[in-house]
Write a protein that binds this ligand. Sequence first.
Ligand SMILES: [Zn+2]
Length: 573
Amino acid sequence: MSTTVLARKYRPRNFSALVGQTHVVQALVNALTQKRLHHAWLFTGTRGVGKTTVSRILAKSLNCTGPDGKGDITAEPCGVCEACRSIDAGRFLDYVELDAASNRGVDEITQLLDQAVYKPVIGRFKVYMIDEVHMLTPTAFNAMLKTLEEPPEYLKFVLATTDPQKVPATVLSRCLQFNLRPMAPPTIVEHLGTVLREEGLAADASALKLIARAARGSMRDALSITDQAIAYGSGAVEEEPVRRMLGAVDRGHAVRLVEALAAHDGKALIGAVDGLRELGLSAAGTLEELAALLQEMAVLQAVPGADDSDDPDAAVAARLATLLPADETQLLYSIVLHGREELPLAPDEYSGLVMILLRMLAFAPTETEPRSVPRPGPARAEAPVRAETLAAASPKAAVRPARDEGTNSVSSPAAVASAAPTLTPPAPTSPDRTEAWPRDPAAAGRWVDLVRRLIEAGSIAAMVRELAMQAEGIAVVEAAGETLWRLRVERENLRTPALREKLQVAVAETLRLPVRLELEAGAAVDTPAERAAEARRQRQARAEQEINDDPLVKALLAQYKTARIVPGSVKPL
Ligand SMILES: [Zn+2]
């Protein structure tokens, strides 16, 4: 059985069948319906999110002649005319797909561009789809640029890339850019459910969840894995075989690790790793499951009751969510993610896993009061009791250690106030235990100041500067001699490891302190860029007000009835 049966069979053939990319579909459908057609589109996104699929649907939309042969450009290609059927079958003469990853040479692209001077053979438009366009050589880019600058009206380019940063700005500026998003696991689960129902195959919801997680946002991968699971499970998609097939670690192991961390029980932690080693379960799989569990806990801590009621795992995650404070859950999650990267560097994967778990233990706040140990019973009742116990046992519990970069002084008013009676400073590694990370307004302000320093020092430029400007400081924590900044960045193309690394180096060099930056996705509101824009708006409003209030201007307007202030002509000094 081929492993791409489902992926090919269920490849969307029109926009309405395209799952999880509503924003892109809507824009393309509008453009096609109103016949406002750009001559070059650039689709960005990770592998398997549908770039080639969108390109083929677009080629059909442009060339479809309808079932009666009289159709025009349409957002709903008929699927039955010669053009539609040939494009689906990959034999339409005027639709060319070129994979730049395997055709890097200038020859193929120049050959293709040489053909561009000829009108379409049978279609309305020639459509050139160049996949992984960032792989083209500079010479090939230049050759393409000439055609992109003055394209014949019958020629459309569809460019696709997993790495838009490597596409020259001269090319980017001539394309209409769309970002195809990685598919959310629930979207994948729902689609797999539909596909399997149509195939008349039984499936466990939990098995589909495992597949959706393993597919990492790629529907194509999800369908391929499902194909394998059907073969592996002889016709049914069930949790246990899927777990074995994917090398996924049973959630029970991750649960025990979180319990040991919450109880600060190093012995139990090491014992759990020994158990994993004996069972031959993978360390990478363990970290993956641990990350998934911590992520669910974090969601439940931020939004209690956000669990999926038909999911038995959710009840467990809800119980664990009450054992750890939200900020610690965040910190443990980031240690797991970083740990995964360094796992291949460890002498062997279990010793790597032990080190990562011990780091999680070390990063947990130091406390004198005993931790509440997980007890059976209703989870909801456990949380308030624990909060009260903590508050009574440690008045320092609510202190967030907010230090200025470069000094050791504690600057948070709350910290000063609560530290004053005993004059005992709060433990510097103890983050706020009653509040979650989300949005510390002080962190946003500190980040704005820090970025101003970086720019004044000339230590960031180009895309690194853009990342710094577009990031919102969500939280800042001092832990184990290092300043940990959590930044929220909306634009996906800025959230890359390379840019993060460069910015981290620049910050560390400017502050002369060890610094770690973590980027999270989400709507960034209070960013340096937004503050700069607001300052500009205020200067503009003041300038306009001054002009309106100017006695000479008022006199001129009164004297000449047709005189007016040209909108947009007022510029602040
Ligand atoms: Zn058609």
